[in-house]
Design a protein around this ligand. Structure first.
Ligand code: GDP
Ligand code: MG
Length: 459
């Protein structure tokens, strides 16, 4: 073993895509299939993430590793897969200038091709510069497909009838064509010549397990090639991001945090961000789930840690977390360092997302810092200017801001409310001002409703 390689953490891998394409089942299948092979003692559990050790993957992937001359060359120790797929979870994995996610799997239903949220996910992946692979899932739904449980795609494909192979190729060609329309190049992964320039497509089935080995081998390849610097661990003060804030019986309000660098310890002073500004507090407890094989009853689910090292998903228990926003950074303030310096870091990160300009543009409101950032990125990708972007329910201030814009440009004097509430009195007030409020829980629908209205008003 080469010791210089011991300082790399496993890549954090998100699974994204349109609803019902099989993201959850794909993760379950990966966990179920590969976890069944893993050695006792290797088991580590996380909050919101699950660790898939490479040595468990290796056995199933062996023929592919030989074929692609990767055998013995994989130095990543496994993947930390994000268990809570979906737009909000991915959005909240933000960090300054990018994402906490090192890799992404964009899942597409092979029988349906691109769908609305495929575009939305792709916008976010690209804007955050994350290496990604396409899982063209539900391969078993291709008419005439003969399944081979857990086989690599390439092996199973060779055993299919010619007409079935033809249908697979047609489906892949349709996906490639969609990428081409977006000015991107893509190909079936084994035909990709240049991973810098082409998106690899791996056909998979979350039901039969076919293609999972191929998917993980491609991810390992991408990670080793593109993530090397990002994966190097420092043992300095911890840095992470808040995935979720939730109330837990007996513990009060807790923060589920993905730690992507450094170390966090019980008793550490941390700084993070809330709706009204920064929050500094002392870590009272650090909690992680117990390994499955050591869990005796449901009450006995957790371990209390003195310290946790990156990369990890960990629950933090501390005072003052109730006003913290998901998507906010979390920094450990090292002993002897100035709190102000870290508060400044947090402020800078937050002000990168919360925008306020004098420009004519819409008012954007979202429930978390991550979803807000995703919203602004998406609005801009659609050519919609943003005057103000902020976290929280629609307020009086927002109505006033939109009404000011409305005087200059009625088409942009609106509020787009993504996943947030509009209190009744605010709604009444907005009506009096003639400010239209659009709201939806799905980003592309929200933007579509607005653009539809915009077009109608213009004509
Ligand atoms: P998500 O919304 O992307 O998380 O999708 P789910 O994992 O919940 O899957 C949506 C539906 O598609 C469920 O009924 C799954 O059983 C089904 N499904 C997912 N993957 C596959 C697959 O590879 N093959 C087939 N036949 N069905 C699948
Ligand atoms: Mg799901």
């Amino acid at each position: 073993v080469d010791n210089s390689l011991m300082d790399y953490r496993p890549p954090i891998t998100v699974v994204v895509g349109h609803v019902d394409v099989g993201k959850t089942l794909l993760l379950d299948k990966i966990r179920g299939t590969f976890v069944a092979y893993r050695e006792p003692g290797m088991i580590t559990q996380h909050i919101g993430l699950s660790f898939i050790p490479w040595n468990a993957i290796e056995r199933i992937a062996d023929p592919l590793l030989m074929k692609f001359r990767l055998k013995g060359k994989v130095w990543i120790k496994g993947f930390l897969m994000v268990d809570t797929p979906g737009h909000a979870a991915f959005s909240n994995l933000r960090r300054r200038g990018g994402s906490v996610a090192d890799l992404a799997v964009l899942v597409i239903d092979i029988t349906r091709g691109f769908e609305e949220q495929t575009y939305e996910s792709l916008t976010l992946i690209k804007s955050r510069n994350i290496p990604f692979v396409v899982a063209a899932n539900k391969l078993d739904r291709i008419y005439g497909w003969e399944p081979h449980e857990n086989a690599p795609f390439l092996d199973s494909y060779e055993k299919q009838r010619e007409d079935v192979q033809g249908r697979v190729e047609e489906a892949i060609a349709r996906i490639i064509e969609e990428f081409n329309k977006l000015g991107m190049d893509a190909d079936r992964y084994d035909r990709v010549r240049d991973f810098d320039a082409q998106v690899p497509i791996v056909p998979t089935s979350a039901v039969t397990g076919e293609g999972l080995a191929d998917l993980l081998v491609v991810l390992a390849g991408l990670s080793q090639r593109f993530n090397r610097d990002k994966l190097r661990i420092t043992y300095g003060p911890g840095r992470g991001v808040v995935m979720e804030i939730r109330e837990e019986k007996g513990w009060g309000v807790t923060a589920d945090v993905v730690l992507y660098d450094g170390v966090i310890r019980k008793g550490d002073l941390i700084v993070t961000a809330g709706l009204e500004g920064y929050v500094s507090t002392k870590v009272k407890m650090l909690v992680m789930p117990k390994p499955l094989n050591e869990m005796r009853d449901p009450e006995d689910r957790y371990m209390f840690m003195d310290e946790v090292r990156a990369a990890a998903g960990v629950k933090i228990i501390a005072d003052g977390l109730e006003q913290v926003v998901p998507g906010a950074p979390v920094f450990v303030v090292p002993q002897g360092a100035s709190l102000d310096e870290y508060v400044k870091l947090v402020r800078e990160e937050v002000s990168e997302v919360k925008i306020e300009t004098d420009k004519e543009g819409v008012v954007a409101k979202a429930d978390t810092l991550g979803t807000l950032e995703a919203m602004v990125i998406y609005l801009r990708s659609q050519g919609i200017p943003v005057r103000k972007a902020d976290v929280g329910n629609v307020s009086r201030r927002d109505v006033v801001d939109a009404s000011i814009v409305r005087k200059k440009n009625p088409l942009y004097g609106v509020i787009l409310a993504f996943n947030v509430k509009v209190p009744h009195d605010i709604e009444v007030e907005a009506m009096q001002y003639g400010v239209k409020i659009f709201r939806n829980e799905i980003l592309y629908r929200l933007v579509e409703e607005f653009t539809q209205w915009y077009k109608e008003q213009k004509t």
